[in-house]
Design a protein around this ligand. Structure first.
Ligand code: NAP
Length: 368
């Protein structure tokens, strides 16, 4: 492998891409950071010494240009529809550019027959990128990010409720990883391909938490009582439509509803927590309580205030007044690919086998 490899980070202004680019720079690697606009995040990357490439990640012409002179890359499809398109563009360009090593952002749930189209697409993307024997791949499969809970911090801060459709509040169902720890695992795998080629990692936080414990951590960081409220799927659809960032397409909402169902079924707790953050980063994974504390510390707008409480209440009323749409109907749209016999993760023997600790070292988990 090249000793001072140049590394392309896609989705570099995003949650894991930003920290991957920064951590690689800290380790002295030359980094090209793919962003779609030159904003404050691009400036932060430049200040850290990254070369910023502005373009469209879904366009093959731009991806080819971004990979010129690069030996390794972080493949990170944006959280949005068209993941398979992104992954196909990335794979074609990576194979043409004859990259030596790729670290790919997959999903905890990735499986061939999953009810979620996005998840089946991720599975296909993982398979495509692994098809050139001369290029090694490390797969990173995080579960439900800690960051997802932070989306409802405003309501927790100003109304004292943590609302998500996560089922029974007392059952421990997720060990949420921080963006920084996921990026730490990606960075380690990019920095040392000889050690991590062909492996699959599932970074998690240090402990499984129940929804009530998530609410307690939010409350402790915010200095107020926060109560977990298990909401219906219908209410989740309304909230995703009503609240910022209100950029969820109908297709994305249908998939998030399936992920929430996997959460309630306990898929994210299977063989979690893992020790992958300690193994790759040489430090303990950050606790959820610590993640929330530092997020709250960086957001003065979360401190109490009548105006802020009124605004939060107005947001809540807006959710109630927003009409839901029928998830089943949305999925039956003409151009929405479906499978005959979908299988949730824990009903899928191949998926279960791929989530045992021993599966980390399989050449590709999908061949299991
Ligand atoms: N969230 C979870 O719980 C979870 C769990 C497991 C796996 N994942 C996987 O994580 C991946 C997302 O990673 P992430 O959260 O680090 O990414 P992210 O925060 O969604 O970042 C995506 C970035 O891509 C940029 N982008 C979007 N369209 C673009 C375009 N056409 N050209 C150039 N840039 C573009 C976005 O720009 P702007 O910021 O300017 O919009 C954004 O900065 C997904 O593949 C998802 O399946 C997520």
């Amino acid at each position: 492998m090249t000793s001072h490899a140049k590394i392309l980070v896609t989705s570099a202004a995003g949650k894991t891409g930003m920290h991957t680019a920064l951590q690689l720079r800290q380790q002295g690697f030359p980094v090209r950071a793919f962003v779609r606009r030159h904003d404050h995040r691009a400036k932060r990357l430049e200040s850290a010494g990254a070369e910023v490439f502005v373009g469209n990640q879904y366009a093959l012409r731009d991806m080819r240009a971004a990979m010129q002179g690069v030996q390794r890359a972080y493949q990170c499809a944006p959280t949005a529809p068209n993941g398979l398109h992104f992954n196909a563009v990335f794979t074609v360009a990576a194979h043409e550019a004859q990259l030596e090593h790729v670290v790919t952002m997959s999903q905890w749930l990735a499986s061939a027959d999953h009810p979620s189209l996005f998840t089946r697409e991720v599975y296909l993307g993982d398979s495509l990128i692994s098809m050139r024997p001369d290029m090694s791949v490390t797969t990173v499969n995080p579960g439900w990010f800690a960051d997802n809970y932070l989306m409802v911090l405003d309501m927790a801060a100003h109304l004292g409720v943590f609302t998500m459709p996560l089922g029974d509040g007392d059952i421990k169902k997720n060990a949420p990883p921080s963006n920084e720890d996921i990026a730490g695992v990606v960075t380690a795998a990019l920095a040392d391909p000889d050690r991590h080629a062909g492996k699959t990692y599932r970074p998690t936080g240090p402990a499984l938490l129940s929804p009530n414990e998530v609410a307690d951590s939010l409350g402790q960081a915010l200095g107020r009582r926060v109560r977990y409220m298990d909401i219906s799927e219908r209410m989740m659809v309304k909230a995703l439509k009503a609240l910022p960032p209100a950029n969820y397409s109908v297709a994305a909402v249908t998939q998030l509803a399936i992920y929430a169902e996997e959460y309630r079924r306990g898929a994210f707790a299977v063989n979690a927590p893992t020790d992958d953050v300690r193994l790759l980063c040489g430090r303990e994974a950050e606790s959820f309580a610590s993640i929330v504390r530092r997020t709250v510390a960086a957001r003065p707008d979360l401190s109490p205030g009548i105006g802020r409480s009124v605004k939060a209440m107005a947001g809540f009323l807006k959710i109630l007044g927003t009409s839901a749409f029928n998830l089943e109907q949305a999925q039956s749209q003409r151009d929405y690919v479906r499978v005959e016999a979908p299988s949730f993760c824990q009903d899928d023997e191949t998926w279960l086998a791929s989530h045992t600790p021993a599966a980390r070292d399989l050449k590709t988990v999908h061949a299991a």
